[in-house]
Design a protein around this ligand. Structure first.
Ligand SMILES: *Cc1c(COP(=O)(O)O)cnc(C)c1O
Length: 222
């Protein structure tokens, strides 16, 4: 199946309230344009430099999501255009995003990445860390960011029950954090689910899925 057929098949099977992020990392502009020409506008990248390069080449009504781990010193490159940063996992990074957003006269939406997987390799903060950020006084001073939700990645495993448990845990954490809402923390988004598990994620309450290989085909890292 072609890229646009893949896209349309996925779009036809997900509920309206779920946002599809087309994860285009490592893929050439032609592939992104095929998705764009099918009417899709939301793209996700996991490396700042690659996203900046693609931003320059793509039409300007694309909504760019940074879904990877972000180093503070790279925030300035995407601050002029990024629409959602999924992988915010520490306070220092929030501070830097606020600073760069302010320089660009923008408000940047952020998701807190919560660690739900067992593996050590997955980034993210604990639910406790997230509540502490919500409760902190300095967050109120960050006028140029909005925390709009949470993001998580399940363990890489075939064990559906484990994945389901981890997704349910993220939904539970989201519901609890929602109670703590403040001026610039208004939780709406649960970003969870990828090619292999997005249906399960939606069943567990996800309303934003990040799908790469099921749209673009498998990635070649050479
Ligand atoms: C690559 C990536 C995805 C998409 O993975 P697929 O399995 O190809 O759908 C989703 N989320 C993150 C954070 C990624 O890095």
């Amino acid at each position: 199946m072609s890229i646009s057929e893949n896209l349309n098949r996925i779009k036809s099977t997900i509920p309206k309230h779920v946002t599809l992020v087309a994860v285009s990392k490592t893929k050439p502009i032609n592939d992104l344009m095929e998705v764009y020409n099918s009417g899709h506008r939301v793209f996700g990248e996991n490396k700042v430099q690659e996203m900046v390069d693609k931003y320059d080449l793509m039409p300007k009504d694309v909504e760019w999501h940074m879904i990877g781990h972000v180093q503070s010193n790279k925030v300035k490159y995407m601050a002029p255009f990024v629409s959602l940063i999924h992988g915010v996992d520490n306070f220092k990074l929030l501070k830097e995003i606020n600073k760069q957003a302010k320089k660009n006269n923008r408000t940047i939406n952020c998701l807190l990445q919560i660690k739900i997987a067992e593996e050590d390799s997955k980034f993210g903060m604990s639910a406790d860390d997230a509540s502490k950020i919500f409760a902190s006084d300095s967050l109120k001073e960050f006028k140029n960011i909005k925390i709009t939700g949470v993001m998580g990645m399940a363990t890489f495993t075939d064990n559906k029950n484990q994945i389901k448990e981890e997704f349910n845990r993220l939904k539970f954490i989201f519901d609890n954090l929602k109670e703590l809402e403040t001026e610039n923390c208004k939780l709406e988004t649960i970003s969870m689910g990828m090619s292999g598990d997005y249906q399960l994620a939606i069943a567990c309450g996800s309303n934003m899925i990040r799908v790469g290989s099921s749209i673009f085909g498998s990635r070649n890292y050479n």
